[in-house]
Design a protein around this ligand. Structure first.
Ligand code: BTN
Length: 259
């Protein structure tokens, strides 16, 4: 894909600006710059290659030219609708799900916002909120999708099993088609983009529903429970072995199935 093709393919979408970068450290950094420059609406930062891609919890995010789809959205604050603001990444997650479902796949959301195919991670989302004092200035929302095996790190470098769209579906997925479809779903959300709409769409695709999981909050507290769904504020609802209801709020958490 080149810059002209990208702009032409996305011309019908309500994007303020489209940045095409052959190589960049992190698309989230450019999205943050766009937000800090002011302006309105939602802009796209697309890169063919990232040299310093980052994931959640300070992890590295590997992306290989031709094997990954990496992009960020610079979302100015007047558009950040769902409350809490962390649900913006939920909207991102279900937009990816809608796009993959359109290709005949069955994605699941590993709460809060990883996308799984057949139990393996195929997409990660990084939400970075920009504040000025107590005021939200905007959100840099970065998406990393593994298109083919070249973007999947070796197993020993992974803290959760990963796959690519090609490995999971058996066929090569068109990068442009996928990007268009994710952006279309995000910008005109089928779920309405409301807090309740996002939560219902996420819950309908929640991984490990009814299964036992372990959750670590802030790297420390380990919680064991059976997944029951999402609460009105987007917390993950678990039931302990004693039947107690546990709400795990959105945040820096690690979730693993109990095997
Ligand atoms: C995660 O699962 O840990 C989140 C991964 C997010 C990776 C994407 S790739 C595009 C954007 N730029 C980055 O540096 N990170 C995000």
């Amino acid at each position: 894909m080149n810059e002209k093709e990208l702009r032409q393919a996305l011309v019908h979408l309500p994007l303020q600006e489209v940045r095409f970068l052959p190589r960049v450290g992190s698309t989230n950094d450019i999205a943050r710059e766009l937000i800090n420059q002011g302006g309105q609406g939602i802009s796209l930062v697309y890169a063919e290659e990232q040299t310093a891609g980052r994931g959640r919890a300070g992890r590295q995010w590997l992306s290989q030219k031709g094997a990954s789809l990496v992009f960020s959205l610079a979302i100015h604050s007047e558009l950040v609708v769902p409350k809490p603001v962390s649900l913006i990444s939920g909207l991102g997650a279900i937009s990816v799900c809608f796009a993959l479902e359109g290709l005949g796949m069955t994605p699941r959301v590993k709460w809060p916002n990883d996308i799984l195919l057949a139990g393996r991670k195929v997409c990660g989302i990084l939400q970075e909120n920009l504040w000025q004092g107590d005021d939200l200035v905007g959100v840099a929302l970065g998406f990393g999708l593994n298109l083919s095996s070249g973007s999947v790190p070796p197993a020993e470098q992974l803290d959760f099993p990963a796959t690519s769209l090609e490995q999971a579906s058996g066929s090569r997925v068109g990068e442009m088609e996928l990007l268009k479809s994710i952006l279309g779903a995000f910008l005109a959300p089928a779920c309405g983009g409301s807090t309740i709409g996002i939560l219902q769409a996420m819950e309908a695709r929640l991984a490990y529903m009814g299964e036992w999981v372990e959750v670590w909050v802030a790297g420390e507290t380990r919680i064991l429970g059976q997944v029951r769904g999402l609460s009105e504020d987007g917390s993950l609802m678990l039931h302990s072995a004693e039947g107690a209801k546990i709400a795990v709020p959105f945040g820096e958490i690690h979730l693993r199935p109990v095997v």
